[in-house]
Design a protein around this ligand. Structure first.
Ligand code: ZN
Length: 504
């Protein structure tokens, strides 16, 4: 969608991309070229950061804003979104765009498809015929989610949503949908590595297909898998496309099979209205047994504390809660609900509850909820050495965009966790995603078992677990790395092993 005025001068070719931006004509592009002395968008970018673009005579603030946005220079710390928020909006857009009859296929690409913790903007790839592209642009501009179209070229629309999120929509035909998907999923580093690999075989990866580097002839591109096959390497799942060694693994045909959401047999951190959750145990059990039918068990882990006052399960209520769980299990006909607790790790490296109480629970998570700046290595190790503590909750303590992880010697902690048979959590709350992908890999390499939990307070929170699974996959975890892919017998075995290990 060019917006040239009829009598507008032609746009100099190296700056031609600017002509796709809303409200920019040849006149403005010429003014930029003459007044700033630039001949390409590459030369223009540093001048934009310096504020020089604003000095160009005849450019309105809106035009400047559109150029900055289109060239993605609006990025700052606040413009990254939690993966969960971007995921929800991305899914909504996929459904909206997928409903247009001319759209043959639509998928997320970019960092959202790779499952990064935070997302800059949403990337979408649409398959449709070239003849239908203008029609699609017209419809996207009229979606209720759309605030405006910043740029529209023949292969790409850049859209700003009403919530100010930016969406890049790339267009492909069936012939090269896979090539575009590969190209726009990235990461940048991964694409460079793939380019090198392709070059070594006389090929080149472009968004419109894998081509012969000498003749330019199209070789493959309908599906990503076709390209991997031509390059004679295993398919690499998007979550692993930031992993440095993955191409070697793919060439040697040993890309690990990764854990999937459907393999989870239970959620092992859930809060109810006995502490800081919103729902009763009965409604949680009813909801999960229908909405997550592959779960064999769920573990209720309200905050139990003798020292805190608010939003906790008081120690004198532990038996009343246990009786309620027994009643609901009896009505369900089996022991679906397990009795757990999340306890605070005290400042003095001790648990905040005596062992006699800890022993009552089926599953105990110990978490740091205080003192986030000092080195917490010894506090975490002390928990590993307690026979009644089974898992460390949100081990690094980070809150994305709010709080950095506290200092910990992870090598020491994971070594002790493995030696004592203590699990580490991937807490899947969108702000936590803790452990992160790198720490998960480090822990699993030491032989530490990982538990993926929602840490839910509401019924809608249970879906967070899917994000936790992406984190596990980014950490290259397979089913056996994840403890709660096992049935409850295996959890009991894990606990018994801990008792054995600590007796030695
Ligand atoms: Zn917690």
């Amino acid at each position: 969608m060019k917006t040239h005025l009829k009598n507008s001068p032609p746009i100099p070719t190296p700056l031609a991309g600017l002509g796709n931006i809303r409200g920019i004509t040849g006149r403005e592009v010429n003014a930029i070229q003459e007044q700033l002395g630039v001949n390409s968008t590459r030369e223009l970018i540093p001048l934009i950061s310096n504020g020089r673009l604003e000095t160009v005579e005849g450019l309105t603030p809106l035009q400047v804003k559109n150029i900055r946005q289109a060239l993605k220079l609006y990025k700052n710390a606040n413009s990254r979104y939690l993966r969960w928020d971007a995921h929800l909006i991305g899914e909504e857009l996929l459904r909206a765009i997928g409903r247009f009859p001319e759209v043959e296929k639509v998928l997320l690409t970019g960092s959202l498809r790779r499952g990064k913790d935070t997302i800059g903007d949403i990337d979408i790839l649409v398959q449709l015929s070239e003849a239908d592209r203008r029609k699609l642009l017209y419809k996207i501009a009229r979606m209720p989610q759309t605030e405006g179209i910043i740029a529209a070229g023949p292969h790409h629309f850049c859209v700003v949503l009403r919530n100010q999120m930016q969406v890049d929509i790339r267009l492909a035909t069936n012939k090269y949908f896979g090539a575009s998907l590969l190209y726009y999923t990235g990461s940048v580093k991964y694409n460079t590595d793939m380019d090198e690999l392709a070059a070594s075989k006389g090929l080149k990866i472009t968004p419109t297909g894998l081509v012969d580097s000498h003749t330019g002839e199209y070789v493959a591109g309908e599906k990503e898998e076709d390209i991997y096959r031509k390059l004679q390497i295993d398919f690499i799942t998007p979550e692993l496309r930031e992993n440095h060694d993955i191409l070697n693994a793919a060439a040697g045909h040993h890309v690990p099979p990764l854990v999937t959401f459907n393999q989870l047999k239970g959620d092992m951190q859930i809060h109810t209205n006995w502490s800081d959750g919103a729902e009763s145990i009965a409604s949680i059990a009813q909801y999960l047994s229908h909405a997550f039918p592959h779960y064999h068990y769920i573990v209720i882990t309200d905050h139990v504390s003798a020292s805190r006052d608010n939003h906790i399960l008081h120690t004198e209520d532990i038996f009343r809660q246990a009786a309620e769980i027994d009643r609901i299990n009896a009505a369900m006909g089996y022991d679906y609900i397990k009795k757990g607790a999340e306890i605070d790790i005290g400042k003095d490296d001790n648990t905040t509850l005596p062992d006699e109480i800890l022993q009552q629970f089926d599953w105990v998570i110990a978490s740091i909820h205080s003192d986030f700046s000092s080195d917490n290595t010894s506090r975490l190790i002390k928990m590993c050495e307690n026979p009644y503590i089974h898992c460390i909750g949100h081990p690094s303590g980070r809150l994305i965009g709010i709080r950095n992880p506290y200092p910990v010697n992870w090598d020491e902690v994971f070594t002790r966790a493995a030696a004592t048979g203590t699990a580490m959590e991937i807490n899947a709350r969108p702000k936590r995603l803790d452990l992160n992908d790198t720490l998960v890999r480090q822990a699993a390499d030491k032989g530490v078992k990982i538990v993926v939990n929602s840490d839910a307070r509401n019924l809608t929170d249970f879906d967070f677990v899917k994000m936790g699974i992406s984190t596990a996959r980014r950490g290259a975890c397979n089913k056996t790395d994840i403890l709660n892919t096992g049935c409850w017998d295996e959890i009991e075995k894990f606990k018994a092993t801990k008792q054995q290990l600590l007796k030695k």
